[in-house]
Write a protein of this length. Structure first.
Length: 209
DNA sequence: GGCCAGGACACCA
DNA sequence: TGGTGTCATGGC
């Protein structure tokens, strides 16, 4: 099988976006009310289905702790209990604490101040935190703050393999380049396309059962 | 009862 | 760099 040329690949990416958008319409991502809630969701959803994450978020909200202050003041065991349904609850509780500590130390506890910094520098700072990898960082940048970073997850890798958009093993940024070079630099399109790819992945998975 | 989910990291060769 | 183990709940 011949590899796609760059031009063909970019055209394919655009065509796939148009096709999925036309077929399934708006996806209404990310389901959260504030940037901080997006950040919490981004950490909780690591390798976890969203329904399990929703339970955890509902528990946090019901306890009145779905906020920077709430996470900060919760004792670790209590935080673990509230997010238990999202799986890996010990790790994730620590990761939430780590993020809040970072925000407090570096940006005086202000998410707004954090996002006033240069975006590449912020991405580097997020990646340096324990528990924030590239997908979580880009989810935060794109969905919490509307910055143009295409999110690559397991579904996106499968999508690329399925449509032969990438050859062999590539690292995270290689996948990102496939989409960011093929699409207009549009936050709206990045958000929608990623959500559509997840929908594509779920439908494919369910069809295979 | 096994497999998988909107990952990240430590450890090893 | 690449491969593997670990973390854990809940739906199907």
């Amino acid at each position: 099988m011949k590899p796609l040329t760059i031009k063909t690949r970019e055209a394919t990416v655009r065509a796939m976006y148009r096709k999925l958008a036309r077929a399934w319409g708006r996806q209404h991502w990310w389901p959260a009310e504030t940037p901080f809630e997006v950040i919490v969701g981004a950490i909780l959803t690591q390798n976890t289905s969203w329904t399990n994450v929703e339970r955890a978020i509902t528990s946090l909200r019901a306890a009145g702790k779905l906020s920077l202050e709430g996470i900060r003041e919760l004792p670790l065991p209590k935080l673990q209990r509230l997010i238990r349904s999202s799986g890996y609850f010990r790790q994730k509780a620590q990761r939430l604490k780590t993020f809040v500590a970072f925000l407090d130390a570096r940006y005086a506890g202000s998410p707004e101040r954090m996002f006033a910094t240069s975006t590449e520098q912020l991405r580097t700072e997020l990646l340096a935190l324990n528990g924030i990898g590239p997908e979580t960082a880009d989810s935060i940048l794109l969905y919490a703050y509307g910055l143009p970073y295409f999110v690559i997850d397991a579904y996106t890798r499968r999508f690329c393999a399925h449509h032969r958009l990438i050859r062999g093993r590539r690292e995270y940024d290689g996948y990102r380049a496939v989409f960011e070079s093929g699409l207009p630099r549009s936050v709206k399109i990045y958000k929608e396309f990623h959500a559509l790819i997840v929908e594509w992945g779920k439908r494919n998975r369910d069809a295979g059962r």
